[in-house]
Design a protein around this ligand. Structure first.
Ligand code: AMP
Length: 436
Protein backbone atom coordinates (compact mmCIF):
# COMPACT_ATOMS: atom_id res chain seq x y z
CA UNK A 1 0.00 0.00 0.00
CA UNK A 2 1.30 3.51 -0.79
CA UNK A 3 2.03 5.99 1.98
CA UNK A 4 -0.81 8.12 3.34
CA UNK A 5 -0.55 11.46 1.47
CA UNK A 6 -2.49 13.34 4.15
CA UNK A 7 -0.44 16.46 4.96
CA UNK A 8 -0.99 15.85 8.67
CA UNK A 9 0.77 12.47 8.36
CA UNK A 10 3.93 14.41 7.34
CA UNK A 11 3.61 16.75 10.30
CA UNK A 12 2.90 13.82 12.61
CA UNK A 13 6.25 12.28 11.67
CA UNK A 14 8.15 15.41 12.64
CA UNK A 15 6.04 16.07 15.78
CA UNK A 16 6.82 12.52 16.99
CA UNK A 17 10.55 13.27 16.90
CA UNK A 18 10.28 16.35 19.14
CA UNK A 19 7.28 15.73 21.44
CA UNK A 20 8.58 17.96 24.24
CA UNK A 21 9.72 20.90 22.12
CA UNK A 22 7.47 23.96 22.44
CA UNK A 23 5.52 24.26 19.18
CA UNK A 24 3.74 27.62 19.41
CA UNK A 25 4.66 30.01 22.19
CA UNK A 26 3.47 33.49 23.06
CA UNK A 27 5.76 36.47 23.74
CA UNK A 28 6.17 35.23 27.32
CA UNK A 29 7.37 31.81 26.12
CA UNK A 30 4.33 29.74 27.07
CA UNK A 31 2.37 27.51 24.76
CA UNK A 32 1.87 23.88 23.81
CA UNK A 33 4.62 21.41 22.97
CA UNK A 34 4.31 19.40 19.76
CA UNK A 35 2.75 16.48 21.62
CA UNK A 36 0.26 18.84 23.30
CA UNK A 37 -0.59 20.45 19.97
CA UNK A 38 -1.11 17.03 18.45
CA UNK A 39 -3.35 16.03 21.37
CA UNK A 40 -5.32 19.28 21.10
CA UNK A 41 -5.85 18.76 17.37
CA UNK A 42 -7.14 15.25 18.13
CA UNK A 43 -9.58 16.83 20.61
CA UNK A 44 -10.84 19.23 17.92
CA UNK A 45 -11.04 16.27 15.52
CA UNK A 46 -13.34 14.47 17.99
CA UNK A 47 -15.64 17.48 18.36
CA UNK A 48 -15.86 18.06 14.60
CA UNK A 49 -16.52 14.43 13.98
CA UNK A 50 -19.25 14.36 16.68
CA UNK A 51 -20.79 17.37 14.91
CA UNK A 52 -21.06 15.19 11.83
CA UNK A 53 -18.16 16.68 9.82
CA UNK A 54 -17.10 13.99 7.35
CA UNK A 55 -14.39 13.54 4.71
CA UNK A 56 -14.45 16.32 2.06
CA UNK A 57 -16.95 18.40 4.07
CA UNK A 58 -16.04 22.08 4.19
CA UNK A 59 -15.33 23.75 7.53
CA UNK A 60 -15.54 27.52 7.09
CA UNK A 61 -13.57 29.39 9.77
CA UNK A 62 -13.58 33.10 10.61
CA UNK A 63 -11.79 33.51 13.94
CA UNK A 64 -8.99 35.45 15.60
CA UNK A 65 -5.47 34.07 15.34
CA UNK A 66 -4.82 31.63 18.20
CA UNK A 67 -3.28 28.27 19.07
CA UNK A 68 -6.83 26.89 19.08
CA UNK A 69 -7.34 28.04 15.48
CA UNK A 70 -4.14 26.24 14.42
CA UNK A 71 -5.28 23.06 16.22
CA UNK A 72 -8.63 23.35 14.44
CA UNK A 73 -6.84 23.53 11.07
CA UNK A 74 -4.78 20.45 11.96
CA UNK A 75 -7.97 18.66 13.05
CA UNK A 76 -9.53 19.30 9.63
CA UNK A 77 -6.47 17.76 7.97
CA UNK A 78 -6.65 14.75 10.30
CA UNK A 79 -10.28 13.97 9.48
CA UNK A 80 -9.97 14.78 5.75
CA UNK A 81 -12.29 17.79 5.93
CA UNK A 82 -11.62 20.85 3.75
CA UNK A 83 -10.46 23.90 5.73
CA UNK A 84 -11.80 27.26 4.51
CA UNK A 85 -10.26 30.22 6.39
CA UNK A 86 -11.84 33.65 5.99
CA UNK A 87 -10.31 37.06 6.56
CA UNK A 88 -11.47 38.34 9.97
CA UNK A 89 -12.27 41.71 8.35
CA UNK A 90 -14.99 40.30 6.08
CA UNK A 91 -18.43 41.78 6.72
CA UNK A 92 -21.56 39.71 7.40
CA UNK A 93 -22.71 40.13 3.79
CA UNK A 94 -19.35 38.91 2.49
CA UNK A 95 -19.39 35.96 4.87
CA UNK A 96 -22.88 35.02 3.60
CA UNK A 97 -21.49 34.83 0.08
CA UNK A 98 -18.64 32.53 1.18
CA UNK A 99 -20.99 30.31 3.19
CA UNK A 100 -23.30 30.02 0.19
CA UNK A 101 -20.43 29.18 -2.13
CA UNK A 102 -18.40 26.83 0.08
CA UNK A 103 -21.56 25.06 1.31
CA UNK A 104 -19.95 23.91 4.58
CA UNK A 105 -21.25 21.50 7.18
CA UNK A 106 -20.15 23.83 9.98
CA UNK A 107 -19.12 27.47 10.33
CA UNK A 108 -16.62 28.22 13.10
CA UNK A 109 -16.88 31.87 14.15
CA UNK A 110 -16.02 34.10 17.10
CA UNK A 111 -19.63 34.88 18.03
CA UNK A 112 -23.08 33.79 16.94
CA UNK A 113 -25.09 36.62 15.42
CA UNK A 114 -28.49 36.14 13.82
CA UNK A 115 -30.01 32.96 12.45
CA UNK A 116 -28.44 30.65 9.97
CA UNK A 117 -29.30 27.23 8.57
CA UNK A 118 -25.60 26.34 8.91
CA UNK A 119 -24.46 24.90 12.22
CA UNK A 120 -22.22 27.43 14.01
CA UNK A 121 -19.47 26.68 16.53
CA UNK A 122 -17.82 29.41 18.57
CA UNK A 123 -14.04 29.63 18.87
CA UNK A 124 -12.48 32.59 20.66
CA UNK A 125 -8.78 33.16 21.23
CA UNK A 126 -8.66 31.58 24.72
CA UNK A 127 -8.98 27.97 25.92
CA UNK A 128 -12.15 28.96 27.81
CA UNK A 129 -14.07 29.64 24.61
CA UNK A 130 -16.73 26.99 23.82
CA UNK A 131 -15.16 24.98 20.98
CA UNK A 132 -11.65 25.09 22.47
CA UNK A 133 -12.77 23.94 25.90
CA UNK A 134 -14.87 21.17 24.30
CA UNK A 135 -11.75 20.02 22.42
CA UNK A 136 -9.74 19.99 25.64
CA UNK A 137 -12.37 17.84 27.37
CA UNK A 138 -13.05 15.50 24.45
CA UNK A 139 -11.64 11.99 24.11
CA UNK A 140 -8.88 12.58 21.50
CA UNK A 141 -9.68 11.19 18.05
CA UNK A 142 -6.14 10.26 17.14
CA UNK A 143 -6.71 9.48 13.47
CA UNK A 144 -5.16 10.58 10.20
CA UNK A 145 -7.62 9.76 7.45
CA UNK A 146 -6.05 8.32 4.28
CA UNK A 147 -5.79 10.92 1.56
CA UNK A 148 -4.34 10.94 -1.95
CA UNK A 149 -2.11 13.79 -2.99
CA UNK A 150 -4.85 15.29 -5.24
CA UNK A 151 -7.46 15.29 -2.46
CA UNK A 152 -8.38 18.82 -1.37
CA UNK A 153 -7.06 20.04 1.98
CA UNK A 154 -8.11 23.69 1.84
CA UNK A 155 -10.13 26.23 -0.10
CA UNK A 156 -8.72 29.74 -0.04
CA UNK A 157 -10.85 32.50 -1.47
CA UNK A 158 -9.20 34.89 -3.90
CA UNK A 159 -10.44 37.17 -6.61
CA UNK A 160 -7.83 35.65 -8.91
CA UNK A 161 -7.24 37.74 -11.99
CA UNK A 162 -10.80 39.06 -12.25
CA UNK A 163 -14.28 39.09 -10.82
CA UNK A 164 -15.98 37.61 -7.80
CA UNK A 165 -14.08 35.72 -5.14
CA UNK A 166 -13.45 32.10 -6.04
CA UNK A 167 -12.25 29.26 -3.84
CA UNK A 168 -8.83 28.01 -4.91
CA UNK A 169 -8.71 24.26 -4.20
CA UNK A 170 -5.37 23.32 -2.70
CA UNK A 171 -4.58 19.64 -2.37
CA UNK A 172 -2.58 17.78 0.26
CA UNK A 173 0.04 17.25 -2.48
CA UNK A 174 0.15 20.97 -3.44
CA UNK A 175 0.74 21.99 0.16
CA UNK A 176 3.26 19.30 1.01
CA UNK A 177 5.39 19.75 -2.13
CA UNK A 178 5.59 23.50 -1.53
CA UNK A 179 6.43 23.17 2.17
CA UNK A 180 9.08 20.55 1.50
CA UNK A 181 10.72 22.67 -1.24
CA UNK A 182 10.84 25.76 0.97
CA UNK A 183 12.12 23.83 3.97
CA UNK A 184 15.06 22.65 1.90
CA UNK A 185 15.62 25.86 -0.06
CA UNK A 186 15.72 28.13 2.98
CA UNK A 187 18.06 25.76 4.84
CA UNK A 188 16.04 25.26 8.04
CA UNK A 189 18.12 24.02 10.97
CA UNK A 190 16.81 22.08 13.99
CA UNK A 191 16.87 25.00 16.42
CA UNK A 192 15.39 27.66 14.14
CA UNK A 193 12.94 29.92 15.97
CA UNK A 194 10.46 31.82 13.81
CA UNK A 195 8.69 35.03 14.74
CA UNK A 196 5.16 34.64 13.39
CA UNK A 197 3.28 37.95 13.25
CA UNK A 198 1.22 37.30 10.09
CA UNK A 199 -2.49 36.52 9.90
CA UNK A 200 -3.37 32.83 9.45
CA UNK A 201 -6.13 33.15 6.86
CA UNK A 202 -3.61 33.53 4.01
CA UNK A 203 -1.04 31.37 2.28
CA UNK A 204 1.84 33.30 3.87
CA UNK A 205 1.01 32.89 7.56
CA UNK A 206 -0.89 29.61 7.40
CA UNK A 207 1.04 27.59 4.83
CA UNK A 208 4.48 29.10 4.21
CA UNK A 209 5.26 29.88 7.84
CA UNK A 210 3.47 27.11 9.76
CA UNK A 211 4.04 24.25 7.33
CA UNK A 212 7.80 24.80 7.11
CA UNK A 213 8.03 25.10 10.89
CA UNK A 214 5.90 21.97 11.40
CA UNK A 215 8.16 19.98 9.08
CA UNK A 216 11.13 21.39 10.95
CA UNK A 217 9.77 20.59 14.41
CA UNK A 218 11.09 23.72 16.12
CA UNK A 219 9.54 26.60 18.02
CA UNK A 220 7.38 29.36 16.53
CA UNK A 221 6.82 32.54 18.54
CA UNK A 222 3.18 33.00 17.66
CA UNK A 223 2.03 36.61 18.00
CA UNK A 224 -1.51 37.92 17.59
CA UNK A 225 -0.32 40.50 15.07
CA UNK A 226 2.61 42.68 14.07
CA UNK A 227 4.04 45.28 16.41
CA UNK A 228 7.54 46.57 15.59
CA UNK A 229 8.24 47.10 19.30
CA UNK A 230 7.33 43.54 20.28
CA UNK A 231 9.21 42.01 17.35
CA UNK A 232 12.35 43.99 18.25
CA UNK A 233 12.10 42.82 21.85
CA UNK A 234 11.77 39.16 20.81
CA UNK A 235 14.33 39.17 18.01
CA UNK A 236 17.37 38.21 20.12
CA UNK A 237 15.52 34.93 20.92
CA UNK A 238 14.67 34.17 17.28
CA UNK A 239 16.46 33.19 14.07
CA UNK A 240 13.85 33.89 11.37
CA UNK A 241 11.15 36.38 10.46
CA UNK A 242 8.67 36.06 7.62
CA UNK A 243 6.92 39.28 6.75
CA UNK A 244 5.19 41.50 4.26
CA UNK A 245 7.24 44.52 3.11
CA UNK A 246 5.43 46.78 5.57
CA UNK A 247 6.95 44.80 8.49
CA UNK A 248 10.38 45.76 7.22
CA UNK A 249 9.65 49.45 6.60
CA UNK A 250 8.11 49.66 10.09
CA UNK A 251 11.10 47.98 11.74
CA UNK A 252 13.41 50.43 9.98
CA UNK A 253 11.46 53.36 11.43
CA UNK A 254 12.44 52.27 14.96
CA UNK A 255 15.76 53.57 16.26
CA UNK A 256 15.81 50.58 18.65
CA UNK A 257 16.12 48.29 15.62
CA UNK A 258 19.90 47.90 15.41
CA UNK A 259 22.62 45.62 14.08
CA UNK A 260 22.88 44.09 17.56
CA UNK A 261 19.13 43.37 17.83
CA UNK A 262 19.27 41.41 14.55
CA UNK A 263 22.57 39.66 15.28
CA UNK A 264 21.04 36.30 16.31
CA UNK A 265 18.87 36.19 13.18
CA UNK A 266 19.62 33.79 10.34
CA UNK A 267 17.03 34.86 7.79
CA UNK A 268 14.55 37.63 7.00
CA UNK A 269 12.02 36.66 4.32
CA UNK A 270 9.65 39.01 2.51
CA UNK A 271 6.72 38.42 0.19
CA UNK A 272 3.01 38.94 -0.61
CA UNK A 273 3.78 42.29 -2.21
CA UNK A 274 6.80 43.94 -3.86
CA UNK A 275 9.63 44.93 -1.54
CA UNK A 276 11.10 48.27 -2.60
CA UNK A 277 14.77 47.96 -3.57
CA UNK A 278 15.51 50.91 -1.25
CA UNK A 279 14.05 49.01 1.73
CA UNK A 280 16.31 46.06 0.88
CA UNK A 281 19.37 48.33 0.73
CA UNK A 282 18.53 50.25 3.90
CA UNK A 283 17.84 47.01 5.78
CA UNK A 284 21.22 45.63 4.80
CA UNK A 285 23.09 48.73 5.86
CA UNK A 286 21.26 48.76 9.22
CA UNK A 287 21.49 45.05 10.09
CA UNK A 288 24.00 43.41 7.76
CA UNK A 289 21.18 41.11 6.55
CA UNK A 290 19.96 40.90 2.97
CA UNK A 291 16.20 40.31 3.03
CA UNK A 292 15.32 37.22 1.00
CA UNK A 293 12.39 38.08 -1.26
CA UNK A 294 10.11 35.43 -2.68
CA UNK A 295 7.00 35.52 -4.86
CA UNK A 296 3.84 33.48 -4.69
CA UNK A 297 0.07 33.54 -4.76
CA UNK A 298 -2.99 31.80 -3.34
CA UNK A 299 -3.38 29.47 -6.32
CA UNK A 300 0.18 28.20 -6.26
CA UNK A 301 1.78 28.84 -2.88
CA UNK A 302 5.36 29.90 -3.43
CA UNK A 303 6.59 30.16 -7.03
CA UNK A 304 10.04 31.78 -6.97
CA UNK A 305 12.60 32.65 -4.33
CA UNK A 306 15.88 34.44 -4.11
CA UNK A 307 18.65 31.99 -3.16
CA UNK A 308 19.77 31.31 0.40
CA UNK A 309 23.37 31.07 -0.79
CA UNK A 310 24.07 33.26 -3.77
CA UNK A 311 23.00 36.71 -4.80
CA UNK A 312 19.80 38.09 -3.30
CA UNK A 313 19.13 40.92 -5.67
CA UNK A 314 16.96 43.82 -4.52
CA UNK A 315 13.89 44.28 -6.69
CA UNK A 316 13.91 40.70 -8.03
CA UNK A 317 12.03 37.66 -6.77
CA UNK A 318 14.64 35.07 -7.72
CA UNK A 319 14.34 31.71 -9.43
CA UNK A 320 11.48 29.20 -9.76
CA UNK A 321 11.36 26.72 -6.88
CA UNK A 322 12.70 23.23 -7.69
CA UNK A 323 10.03 21.37 -9.66
CA UNK A 324 8.22 24.58 -10.66
CA UNK A 325 8.35 25.53 -14.35
CA UNK A 326 7.92 29.19 -15.27
CA UNK A 327 7.58 30.96 -18.61
CA UNK A 328 6.95 34.59 -19.53
CA UNK A 329 4.49 34.93 -22.41
CA UNK A 330 2.94 37.49 -24.70
CA UNK A 331 -0.82 37.82 -25.14
CA UNK A 332 -0.64 35.03 -27.73
CA UNK A 333 0.79 32.69 -25.04
CA UNK A 334 4.09 32.46 -26.91
CA UNK A 335 7.22 32.76 -24.79
CA UNK A 336 8.90 36.16 -25.10
CA UNK A 337 12.68 36.66 -25.23
CA UNK A 338 14.68 36.96 -21.98
CA UNK A 339 14.59 40.58 -20.81
CA UNK A 340 11.15 41.22 -22.36
CA UNK A 341 8.06 41.72 -20.18
CA UNK A 342 5.11 39.34 -20.39
CA UNK A 343 2.57 37.45 -18.31
CA UNK A 344 4.04 34.88 -15.95
CA UNK A 345 2.71 31.36 -16.50
CA UNK A 346 3.62 28.43 -14.27
CA UNK A 347 3.11 24.73 -13.78
CA UNK A 348 4.24 22.24 -11.18
CA UNK A 349 3.16 20.23 -8.14
CA UNK A 350 2.33 23.47 -6.27
CA UNK A 351 -0.31 24.64 -8.75
CA UNK A 352 -3.85 24.31 -7.40
CA UNK A 353 -6.45 21.83 -8.62
CA UNK A 354 -8.88 24.50 -9.88
CA UNK A 355 -11.58 26.85 -8.58
CA UNK A 356 -14.26 25.34 -6.36
CA UNK A 357 -17.41 24.47 -8.32
CA UNK A 358 -16.26 26.74 -11.13
CA UNK A 359 -14.92 24.74 -14.10
CA UNK A 360 -15.40 27.68 -16.51
CA UNK A 361 -13.15 30.01 -14.51
CA UNK A 362 -10.65 27.22 -14.03
CA UNK A 363 -10.54 26.58 -17.78
CA UNK A 364 -10.11 30.31 -18.48
CA UNK A 365 -6.99 30.59 -16.36
CA UNK A 366 -5.17 27.51 -17.65
CA UNK A 367 -3.47 27.04 -21.02
CA UNK A 368 -2.74 23.76 -22.85
CA UNK A 369 -0.32 21.58 -20.89
CA UNK A 370 -1.73 22.79 -17.53
CA UNK A 371 0.10 26.13 -17.60
CA UNK A 372 -1.56 28.47 -15.10
CA UNK A 373 -1.76 32.16 -15.98
CA UNK A 374 -0.76 34.12 -12.86
CA UNK A 375 -1.85 37.56 -14.07
CA UNK A 376 1.48 39.03 -12.99
CA UNK A 377 3.74 40.77 -15.49
CA UNK A 378 7.34 39.73 -15.17
CA UNK A 379 10.72 39.82 -16.86
CA UNK A 380 12.96 36.79 -16.79
CA UNK A 381 16.67 37.38 -17.37
CA UNK A 382 18.96 35.00 -19.31
CA UNK A 383 19.67 33.04 -16.13
CA UNK A 384 15.96 32.67 -15.32
CA UNK A 385 15.85 35.20 -12.51
CA UNK A 386 12.42 36.85 -12.36
CA UNK A 387 11.47 40.46 -11.71
CA UNK A 388 7.79 41.32 -11.22
CA UNK A 389 7.11 44.58 -13.02
CA UNK A 390 3.33 44.87 -12.82
CA UNK A 391 -0.01 43.14 -12.80
CA UNK A 392 -2.36 42.29 -15.62
CA UNK A 393 -5.05 41.85 -12.96
CA UNK A 394 -7.00 44.58 -11.22
CA UNK A 395 -5.48 44.38 -7.75
CA UNK A 396 -3.93 46.80 -5.25
CA UNK A 397 -1.77 45.34 -2.47
CA UNK A 398 -1.62 47.64 0.54
CA UNK A 399 0.31 46.58 3.63
CA UNK A 400 0.17 43.00 2.30
CA UNK A 401 -3.64 42.99 2.00
CA UNK A 402 -5.39 42.60 -1.33
CA UNK A 403 -7.80 45.32 -2.34
CA UNK A 404 -9.93 44.92 -5.45
CA UNK A 405 -10.57 48.35 -7.05
CA UNK A 406 -13.85 47.08 -8.48
CA UNK A 407 -15.31 46.56 -4.99
CA UNK A 408 -14.54 50.16 -3.99
CA UNK A 409 -15.76 51.53 -7.31
CA UNK A 410 -19.09 49.76 -6.80
CA UNK A 411 -19.55 51.45 -3.40
CA UNK A 412 -18.59 54.89 -4.75
CA UNK A 413 -20.82 54.48 -7.82
CA UNK A 414 -23.77 53.75 -5.57
CA UNK A 415 -23.48 57.22 -3.93
CA UNK A 416 -26.00 59.82 -5.13
CA UNK A 417 -24.55 62.25 -7.69
CA UNK A 418 -21.74 59.90 -8.71
CA UNK A 419 -21.82 58.81 -12.37
CA UNK A 420 -18.64 56.86 -12.53
CA UNK A 421 -15.47 56.29 -10.52
CA UNK A 422 -12.02 54.82 -11.01
CA UNK A 423 -9.88 53.47 -8.20
CA UNK A 424 -6.15 52.98 -8.65
CA UNK A 425 -3.10 52.15 -6.58
CA UNK A 426 -0.25 54.61 -6.14
CA UNK A 427 3.16 54.05 -4.51
CA UNK A 428 3.12 54.51 -0.72
CA UNK A 429 6.24 54.52 1.47
CA UNK A 430 4.75 52.46 4.31
CA UNK A 431 2.03 50.33 2.71
CA UNK A 432 3.70 49.72 -0.65
CA UNK A 433 0.57 50.88 -2.43
CA UNK A 434 -2.24 53.16 -1.37
CA UNK A 435 -5.73 53.55 -2.82
CA UNK A 436 -6.70 56.69 -4.74
P1 AMP B 1 -2.40 36.46 -2.96
O1 AMP B 1 -3.05 35.48 -3.88
O2 AMP B 1 -3.32 37.20 -2.09
O3 AMP B 1 -1.27 35.81 -2.19
O4 AMP B 1 -1.72 37.58 -3.88
C1 AMP B 1 -0.79 37.15 -4.82
C2 AMP B 1 -0.25 38.31 -5.59
O5 AMP B 1 0.60 39.10 -4.76
C3 AMP B 1 0.65 37.88 -6.73
O6 AMP B 1 -0.08 37.44 -7.85
C4 AMP B 1 1.46 39.13 -6.97
O7 AMP B 1 0.72 40.05 -7.73
C5 AMP B 1 1.64 39.67 -5.56
N1 AMP B 1 2.95 39.30 -4.97
C6 AMP B 1 3.23 38.33 -4.09
N2 AMP B 1 4.54 38.31 -3.77
C7 AMP B 1 5.12 39.31 -4.48
C8 AMP B 1 6.45 39.83 -4.59
N3 AMP B 1 7.45 39.33 -3.89
N4 AMP B 1 6.66 40.86 -5.45
C9 AMP B 1 5.63 41.38 -6.16
N5 AMP B 1 4.37 40.96 -6.09
C10 AMP B 1 4.10 39.94 -5.26
Amino acid sequence: MTENQNLYARFDQSFAKVPDTPALVDAGGSGPTFSELSRLSAGFARVLSDEGVAIDDRVVVQVEKSVGAVALYLACLRIGAIYVPLNTAYTAAEVDYFLGDADPSVFVCSAIEGDSPIKRLVLGNTPESPLWSAALKAEPLDIIVRRDSQDIAALLYTSGTTGRSKGAMLSHGNLFSNAQSLHKLWGFVPDDVLIHALPIFHVHGLFVALHTMFLNGSTTIFLPGFSAEVVIELMPRATMLMGVPTFYTRLLKESAFTFKVASNMRLFISGSAPLLAETHVEFESRTGHKILERYGMTEAGMITSNPLDGDRIAGTVGFPLPGVELRVCGDDDNVVAAGEPGVVQIRGPNVFEGYWRNPEKTAEEFRAGRWFVTGDIGISDVEGRLTIVGRAKDLIISGGFNIYPKEIEEVIDALPDVDESAVIGIPHPDLGEAVV
